[in-house]
Design a protein around this ligand. Structure first.
Ligand code: GDP
Length: 456
């Protein structure tokens, strides 16, 4: 039997141990699995409590089972669900029992979703939305993924595809009936107007979606500065846990530590870089090199200094990365200095440089709330509310950009021959098919579904 026709099974809930684990079975043998283990197939879509038994009658677990006959199931095939106690031992026995059923095997990553796609339950953009929803860390990512799963981009692509087919039909009619009298004189003109309008719509969608693509991955903020400036202390305060080793000895953080933050729904990866300074120690030199590298790629660099900290490294300053200067350890300032600073805002913009300045005590917490508020505003400015965009992946962007370029070519061919325009339209329709996963399936599918987890 071809692997695609075999029955698949997998743990679909989290890793054991857990209170309950859900094992899903999809394929023609799903009913056989229920009969074998539970004695009978229960009423469709109704939970039933049973004692599962293996082939020699030995009890496996007290479980709840569900039956979703094809085609009204998640995959479009017969689906059985076993809700068991979530220990490794119970799971192992159930998986062993399922493995002994003819033509049943463990599922590959994403295989349930792939079957749903192949059986027409969802299009490719919805499958991608499903994957994003499973991996969403913040509430904004969840909302964006859910819109995708509900077909926001898919519906738009289907609409474009249909209109392109209509425009193409008008052009083709003009070609086929060129010599006949009863065909309206100029079928090409409304078709060309339609093509121009669709091209504009696609370009607008691309422009509106720059931020929604970024929301999927989030921002990177690098904390840099000389050794002992308090970078790890700040990272720990921001992360509210002991992610980096805080030590009074210079040069402790030799590698890069990453901490993940959810700032009001915006995903931010915070990087603590090794103290940037000249050193002869080769291990530390490597840390410094990596720190510079990461900082150069970050969306924002926080340059931390204490009273002796001085100016940021020139290599950090270069490039398009935003740089904020943060003076740490203000708790050590003398009372006279503090009195002189009374009334100054905690955050200010240095004249002419566009860099922002903050004064904090990472250790005591002064000024950290202002810094977090500023980071959140920075993330919002770059990632947006996520409401406007519909494209979330480079795959979508590349296809739509090619589609818009093809339509532009078609527009430029006006008057040069309907056959040439019709050919460009066929290509544009093909692109919409690619977006929805209707054409060139094998190439695209393998790359999309390999990102999925097993059991999904
Ligand atoms: P890093 O090398 O930049 O990561 O610096 P650490 O976070 O390891 O801090 C170096 C030393 O400075 C440690 O002894 C910290 O406790 C201390 N430190 C960090 N932040 C502050 C602060 O705001 N005030 C004071 N007084 N000490 C701090």
């Amino acid at each position: 039997m071809h692997p695609r026709e075999q029955t698949i099974f997998a743990l679909s809930s989290g890793r054991p141990p857990s209170a309950i684990a859900v094992v899903r079975v999809s394929g023609s043998q799903a009913g056989a699995a229920l009969r074998e283990l539970a004695g009978a197939i229960p009423v469709a879509r109704t939970a039933k409590r049973v004692l599962l038994r293996d082939s020699v009658g030995e009890a496996i677990d007290d479980a709840v089972i569900l039956w979703f006959p094809a085609p009204a199931s998640a995959t479009g095939e017969d689906v059985a669900e076993f809700h068991i106690h979530g220990s490794r031992a119970v799971l192992n026995v159930l998986i062993a029992a399922l493995s002994s059923i003819d033509d049943a095997r463990a599922a590959e990553p994403g295989e349930f979703t792939r079957r749903a796609f192949e059986n027409g339950k969802i299009d490719l953009t919805e499958a991608e939305g499903l994957d994003d929803l499973i991996h969403a860390d913040t509430d904004r990512q969840r909302r964006q993924a859910l819109r995708q799963l509900q077909g926001l981009l898919g519906d738009r692509a289907r609409g474009w595809r249909k209109q392109l087919i209509d425009a193409s039909a008008w052009i083709e009619a003009g070609i086929d009936f060129a010599d006949e009298d009863d065909v309206p004189e100029d079928l090409a003109r409304p078709a060309m107007e339609k093509i121009a309008q669709l091209r504009r719509e696609i370009e607008q969608t691309l422009a509106a979606s720059v931020r929604s693509e970024r929301l999927r991955d989030g921002l990177t903020v690098a904390i840099t500065g000389p050794p002992n400036a308090g970078k790890s202390t700040l990272l720990n305060r921001l992360a509210r846990r002991e992610a980096a080793i805080v030590s009074p000895h210079a040069g402790t953080t030799r590698d890069i530590i990453e901490v993940y933050l959810d700032l009001d729904g915006y995903p931010v990866t915070l990087i603590d870089t090794a103290g940037i300074r000249e050193t002869d120690d080769p291990v530390e030199q490597e840390g410094v090199r990596r720190a510079r590298d990461r900082a150069a790629k970050a969306d924002l660099v926080l340059w931390l200094s204490d009273d002796h900290g001085g100016e940021p490294d020139q290599t950090i300053r270069s490039g398009e990365t935003s740089l904020w200067l943060i003076r740490n350890k203000i708790d050590l300032s003398s009372p006279e200095n503090d009195a002189a600073k009374q009334g100054q805002p905690a955050a200010e913009t240095r004249q002419g440089t566009g860099e922002r300045q903050f004064e904090i005590s990472a250790w005591r917490g002064d000024g950290v709330d202002d810094l977090v508020a500023a980071l959140t505003a920075f993330a919002e400015a770059l990632l947006g509310s996520g409401e406007a965009g519909v494209i979330t992946r480079l795959r979508h962007r590349n296809i739509l950009r090619d589609a818009a370029a093809t339509l532009e070519k078609a527009e430029a061919l006006a008057g040069e021959g309907d056959e040439l325009i019709a050919e460009e339209l066929r290509i544009a329709i093909h692109f919409m098919g690619q977006l929805l996963g209707r054409v060139d399936i094998d190439d695209i599918l393998d790359s999309v579904f390999k990102e999925f987890c097993i059991g999904k």
